[in-house]
Each structure stands twice: as C-alpha cells, then as structure tokens.
Design a protein around this ligand. Structure first.
Ligand code: HEM
Length: 191
C-alpha cells in the first residue's frame, strides 16, 4: 500500500472522531468562540512546528518547510482578532506534542498538519458566511493555501512518497506518528 493510502486508511477513524468531537462549526458559531478556537490551534501548532523546524535540515530533505508554516498565519489571525503580540506570546502552549526527531516522524506529523488544510477550506467558507471572517480579518489559518490547496497537497504527497520509495522503513514510523499526532489533537481539544 502506498504511503498516502496507508496514512489515510490507518487514521480514517481518528479523523472522523476528531471531526465529530471538535465540532468546529459549533465552536466557531460566535466571534468569541472563534477567537478561543484560533488560540487553541495556535497553542498546538506552535510547539509542533517548532519541534519540526529543529528536527532536521529541511533543505537537505528537499522540503520548503518554511513556506508551509502555520504558526505565522495563526499569529496574524489573532492580531486581526484584537490580540496584542504580548498576549499571543503568553498563550499557554500544548506540552505534549508528539516526537519529531527523524524524517519518518516528521512525515507523519506533517501529514496531519498539511491534511488539515483540506478540511480548512470548508471551515473557511463557513466562517465567511456566518461571521463574515475573511483571510484578512482573522481567517488566514483556515483559508490556508486557498486556491492552491489541492496543488500543495499533491506536492506534499509526491515529496513524502518519494522519500518512502527510497527508504521504505520510513513508512511505519510515519503512520505511527500520524496516529500519535491525531491523538494529540484529540487530547488537546478535549474531544
Ligand atoms: C470540522 C473539521 C474538519 C472537517 C470538516 C474536515 C474535512 C476534511 C475533508 C473534506 C478532507 C478531504 C477528504 C478528501 O479529499 O479525501 C479532509 C482531509 C484531511 N483532514 Fe480533515 N477535516 C476537519 C478537521 C481536521 C483536523 C482538525 C485535522 C488535523 C488536525 C484534519 C486532518 C486531515 C487530514 C490529515 C486529511 C487528509 C486525509 C487524506 O489522507 O486524504 N482534519 N478533512
């Protein structure tokens, strides 16, 4: 089974449970609820991405990780929603993000982070309809790569599949870490 097929099938139940448990549409039904939601995503994405940035030489791994970072989008959203940089810095961060010490683990974690941009498109559309939030007014994270989402997802898949083709031992590590990453979201959002 290809890496992406394995990641998808092995985490399908977790994705469905997270989607139901998170109930993003309910959490984002009011302006205050939406700010809390963005804070929660910031508090989990920041330590995850920090760990990933330090995990390896991304240039050597052939991945422009900087272009994919979501923490900056979340900071931009929180500022657009009225928080000061000091208030953002003081948000308590998730202290139990999964390990990202090698390429296999990084692929698993990135799968979940990159995959979240797919569902983000639905959420972004809903935010605009219900709260009038656009990427410029606090919805950049959920808007993600916008019209480029499918292309960016395809590029991620090709990159990850290419790595696994040259080193198949990465696949089980990536799958285990994707599962651990979903668990972490689950626990953090108390679903
Ligand atoms: C209300 C919340 C969510 C909705 C409605 C949603 C919806 C979706 C949709 C429509 C897709 C595309 C499925 C496809 O094209 O095959 C998707 C894929 C994905 N989502 Fe979500 N999602 C939500 C939350 C999340 C969250 C919070 C995460 C991770 C933190 C996540 C991770 C993923 C991943 C990894 C994929 C890729 C699945 C694959 O391998 O094709 N989703 N989601």
């Amino acid at each position: 089974m290809s890496l992406l097929a394995a990641l998808k099938s092995e985490t399908a139940d977790q994705h469905a449970a997270l989607e139901n448990g998170l109930d993003l549409f309910k959490r984002a039904a009011t302006a205050d609820g939406y700010v809390e939601l963005v804070k929660k995503f910031y508090a989990i994405c920041r330590p995850m991405e920090r760990r990933l940035v330090d995990a390896m030489d991304w240039e050597l791994a052939g991945w422009d990780f900087e272009a994919r970072l979501k923490t900056g989008w979340l900071e931009q959203d929180l500022q657009a929603l009225g928080m000061s940089p000091e208030q953002i810095q003081n948000i308590p961060l998730c202290a139990f993000v999964p390990p990202a010490e090698n390429l296999g683990q990084a692929i698993g974690c990135l799968y979940v982070l990159e995959g979240s941009t797919l569902g983000g498109q639905l959420i972004s559309k809903r935010l605009r309809e219900t709260l009038g939030i656009t990427p410029e007014t606090g919805g950049q994270f959920f808007s993600g790569y916008a019209a480029e989402t499918s292309a960016q997802w395809k590029r991620f898949g090709e990159w990850a599949e290419g790595l696994v083709a040259s080193d198949p031992s990465l696949q089980p590590v990536a799958v285990d870490t994707a599962k651990a990453t979903f668990d972490c979201f689950f626990r953090w959002f108390d679903c």
